[in-house]
Design a protein around this ligand. Structure first.
Ligand SMILES: *Cc1c(COP(=O)(O)O)cnc(C)c1O
Length: 405
């Protein structure tokens, strides 16, 4: 991992929505742009931080063009602009959660449409497709997009949309986004990439050809585990209009306060991720050396099954590490509980380290044969590595690993 991941400015030619209309986009680095995010609606106050606008409605005919918070609010607009800037795209639309953002996109499809999905999608995305949208006549097919044959499935089934996630949860499979987009684009099939695990700091799906880049801002973008949010980024003006429509028509809007928190959180995204990714890479090495470990998955480790793709499309390895221990379900659970600085909890991406044991947590309800097919065994553990001192995390891990000695 190199520091280039978080210091690279976006290329000059990328339209920077933070700049004034008509002015030449400034070649300003991402560390600067997350902090100086343009219009903050602070009026005559000189307030360095943007105010919060906890209002449901606005006087008709105001210069900002606001009318009702379900269809827009200054705090949404501030966050839209900083997220579009980090993604290096024309349009970002914020939502109340990652799942709201997913709902916004899927609601644009219609009865009879087929969505070709990566088979290892985030659990709530799967549930939404299978238990909600299936009732409205939307069908899904599940494909392993790390396999070259998956590209034939796109050509053969001509879906209404391709739905990807990379790296995936919890196995950190890395999908060649450019290859999938290169097949889909000429066929007019929009590709959505759930970019939550990498964030736009590490991976830019739109530059690789995706139509839509979706992120749960609950995770790394906010980074403090104190708000929920989601965003859909695009360069396609039609899709932008569709997202704005979904936000208000389905009531998927965030709260102004949560937007304000996420706008504050993103100011330290590059700093946090630099520390988290350095910690994660070191912990992955520590784990890989342990005799009780079957395998470690970390996208920028040379033993990752899609290492070459990960090197090409991800500027760094991210801050999630997944490990398979040579241990029973009970031993693995005990090990997780033995850790002091890793809280056993769902979610990821915050400054605090978390650990998740899918067999007893996120995937507890999944049938044994499905877990086996997905590769989720009883000794599998997912680390969301935080910003703590590396020596403390390493020491904590070492003492817990003694349980398996
Ligand atoms: C958490 C998550 C979501 C859902 O986001 P919420 O903000 O919890 O609704 C979607 N995709 C991925 C990959 C996630 O990790």
């Amino acid at each position: 991992m190199t520091d280039a991941a978080v210091t690279d400015p976006v290329p000059d030619q990328v339209t920077d929505p933070v700049s004034e209309p008509g002015s030449k986009p400034p070649a300003v680095g991402v560390n600067t742009r997350v902090i100086h995010h343009g219009e903050s609606f602070a009026g005559e106050t000189g307030s360095v931080m943007p105010p919060i606008f906890p209002t449901s409605t606005f006087a008709h005919g105001n210069p900002g063009g606001f009318d009702y918070t379900r269809s827009g609010n200054p705090n949404f607009r501030i966050l839209d602009s900083v997220l579009a800037s980090v993604e290096g795209c024309d349009h970002a639309t914020v939502f109340g959660s990652g799942v709201s953002a997913i709902t916004a996109v899927v609601s644009q499809l219609k009865q009879g449409d087929l969505v070709l999905c990566e088979e290892n999608l985030y659990g709530c995305t799967v549930r939404l497709f299978e238990e909600v949208f299936a009732k409205f006549g939307l069908s899904t097919e599940w494909v392993d997009f790390t396999k070259p044959e998956s590209l034939d499935s796109i050509r053969n089934s001509q879906p209404a949309m391709v739905w990807l996630e990379s790296p995936t949860n919890p196995l950190l499979k890395v999908i060649d986004l450019q290859a999938v987009c290169a097949v889909s684009q000429p066929l007019g099939i929009p590709v959505l990439v759930d970019n939550t695990f990498a964030t736009a700091l590490v991976q830019r799906p739109l530059e690789l050809g995706a139509t839509l880049s979706l992120t749960s801002t609950t995770k790394y973008i906010n980074g403090h585990s104190d708000a929920l949010g989601g965003v859909v980024c695009t360069n396609d003006p039609d899709w932008h209009q569709k997202m704005v429509f979904s936000q208000k028509a389905l009531g998927l809007q965030p709260s102004p306060f949560d937007c304000w928190l996420i706008t504050r959180g993103i100011k330290t995204l590059p700093l946090r991720m630099r520390q988290q990714m350095a910690n994660a890479a070191a912990l992955a090495d520590q784990l890989a050396d342990h005799p009780s470990v079957n395998w470690v998955r970390y996208p920028h480790r040379a033993d990752h099954p899609q290492y070459n793709v990960a090197q090409q499309q991800m500027k760094a390895g991210g801050a999630i590490v997944t490990v398979s221990f040579k241990a029973t379900q009970e031993q693995t659970y005990t090990l997780c509980k033995q850790l002091r600085w890793f809280t056993m909890a769902e979610s990821l991406g915050g400054i605090e380290s978390l650990i998740c044991h899918p067999a007893t947590m996120t995937h507890a309800a999944v049938a044994a044969e499905v877990k086996a097919k997905l590769g989720i065994d009883d000794g599998l553990v997912r680390f969301s590595v935080g910003c703590e001192d590396l020596v403390d995390l390493q020491g904590d891990l070492a003492q817990a690993l003694e349980l398996l000695a």
